[in-house]
Design a binder for this molecule. Structure first.
Ligand SMILES: *[C@@H]1O[C@H](CO)[C@@H](O)[C@H](O)[C@H]1NC(C)=O
Ligand SMILES: *[C@@H]1O[C@H](CO)[C@@H](O)[C@H](O)[C@H]1NC(C)=O
Ligand SMILES: *[C@@H]1O[C@H](CO)[C@@H](O)[C@H](O)[C@H]1NC(C)=O
Ligand SMILES: *[C@@H]1O[C@H](CO)[C@@H](O)[C@H](O)[C@H]1NC(C)=O
Ligand SMILES: *[C@@H]1O[C@H](CO)[C@@H](O)[C@H](O)[C@H]1NC(C)=O
Length: 353
């Protein structure tokens, strides 16, 4: 009896965080070896992806698919090696790094299929055209983007919006369904119930969904006010139900996440700063081990971008770079946003134009 209790106590102590230093040393060595090879394999993959994304040709598409297969095989080899370490007692940092570095991959055939599906979806998106009645066919950037931003002709906006969905969304749908199937399969290989759970896990937050729900509830009163304000302004141009939802086609864009052909406008200046925020974050983590050269999570990366974008729009900064002729009167507001703050960026937008 005494013996059983003693064993139970030892078991509890070990599983609560005692570190097996021999295993820890081997795990750290495994990660170091992995980082050395991965630095080359991933560099090559990113380079080939860049060539493809900035110059979509069949040849670059083939190279991208080959690089993707090579990377998948590479990841597969290392995640298999790392399996021996799953149940060992490592420091929490090493365990975390291993979890981020090593994921089980789909088999060769499914992996090829997935990479082909991704490539087909991105080709459809990047090469689609919409052909308006009696006009030449137009691509997303710059023609369709310009119409969405500048036209006040409701039926033209609807035509572009629907044309885009006919030529992009409908063609992407069958690939997207297969993509879901394969991603769910990959999630299961990594002990998640589905791809959604795998993605949420990236945030490393207990009760992540409840926390998001709570944030949404908190911000909803502000969101309702902004929504009502936007609806009021849009009603100056369009017949919109004064109490209803906003039609998506009059909001100024077609929802791109794409290469950017920048124009000299306040919006694009803001986006450029947002993107530079990402670049600044890249540089801040460049010295970390390869596995940690990424945002803490995707949301945090966006938050840094948004922060830099928002700071750019303060009256103080706009005045400093010559976009706001009159210096702000005081040290700037604290607390609630004032209409004069919004006025500052409208005025700067006019200077830019
Ligand atoms: C685009 O890729 C092709 C190879 O498919 C290459 O010959 C061409 O030089 C590239 N163009 C640019 C602008 O890099
Ligand atoms: C991707 O598109 C090509 C060309 O249209 C087609 O031959 C291929 O079957 C598609 N791939 C998949 C996985 O559906
Ligand atoms: C979709 O694209 C094709 C060819 O690029 C074009 O002929 C067709 O008119 C487009 N459809 C719409 C709704 O614009
Ligand atoms: C608005 O767009 C529609 C459809 O593209 C077109 O037929 C009509 O002439 C346009 N109206 C004006 C006032 O430009
Ligand atoms: C993989 O690709 C083939 C066509 O190339 C297709 O028939 C099959 O359904 C695809 N999808 C999945 C999820 O395996």
């Amino acid at each position: 009896m005494l013996f059983v209790v003693a064993v139970a106590v030892v078991a509890v102590v070990v599983s609560c965080g005692e570190v097996d230093w021999g295993a820890e040393e081997e795990a750290v060595k495994l990660l170091n070896d992995y980082h050395k090879e991965a630095a080359q394999v991933l560099h090559n993959y990113i380079k080939v992806s860049w060539d493809y994304n900035t110059n979509i040709t069949d040849y670059n598409n083939e190279r991208q698919k080959e690089a993707s297969s090579r990377t998948r095989r590479f990841n597969d080899k290392w995640s298999k090696r790392s399996r021996d370490f799953v149940d060992l007692d490592l420091t929490s940092d090493t365990r975390r790094m291993m979890r981020k570095a090593f994921q089980m991959e789909l088999n060769e055939e499914d992996g090829k299929n997935l990479s082909q599906i991704l490539s087909n979806m991105s080709t459809i998106y990047s090469t689609a055209q919409v052909c308006l009645q009696g006009q030449q066919c137009m691509e997303l950037d710059p023609e369709l983007t310009n119409i969405m931003a500048n036209s006040r002709n409701y039926s033209q906006l609807v035509e572009v919006w629907e044309g885009w969905r006919k030529n992009v969304s409908r063609k992407i749908k069958p690939y997207y369904l297969q993509y879901l199937e394969l991603m769910n399969e990959k999630a299961k290989l990594n002990d998640f119930s589905d791809a959604g759970q795998m993605w949420r896990n990236e945030y490393e937050t207990e009760g992540f969904e409840e926390a998001m729900e709570e944030l949404y509830r908190e911000i909803r009163p502000l969101y309702n006010l902004v929504h009502a304000y936007v609806r009021k302004r849009l009603r100056e141009h369009y017949q919109i139900d004064p109490r209803g939802a906003l039609p998506a086609c009059v909001l100024g864009d077609i929802w791109g996440r794409i290469k950017m052909c920048t124009q000299v406008t306040m919006d694009d200046l803001q986006v450029a700063h947002h993107e530079l925020g990402h670049v600044q974050y890249f540089m801040q983590y460049a010295h970390l081990p390869l596995t940690y050269r990424d945002g803490a999570n995707g949301g945090f990366h966006e938050a840094i971008g948004e922060l830099v974008g928002a700071v750019m729009e303060t009256p103080q900064h706009l005045n400093k770079v010559g976009l706001l002729p009159h210096p702000p009167s005081g040290p700037g507001h604290e607390g609630p946003l004032h209409t004069c703050d919004l006025h500052g960026s409208e005025e700067a937008g006019r200077v830019l134009a």
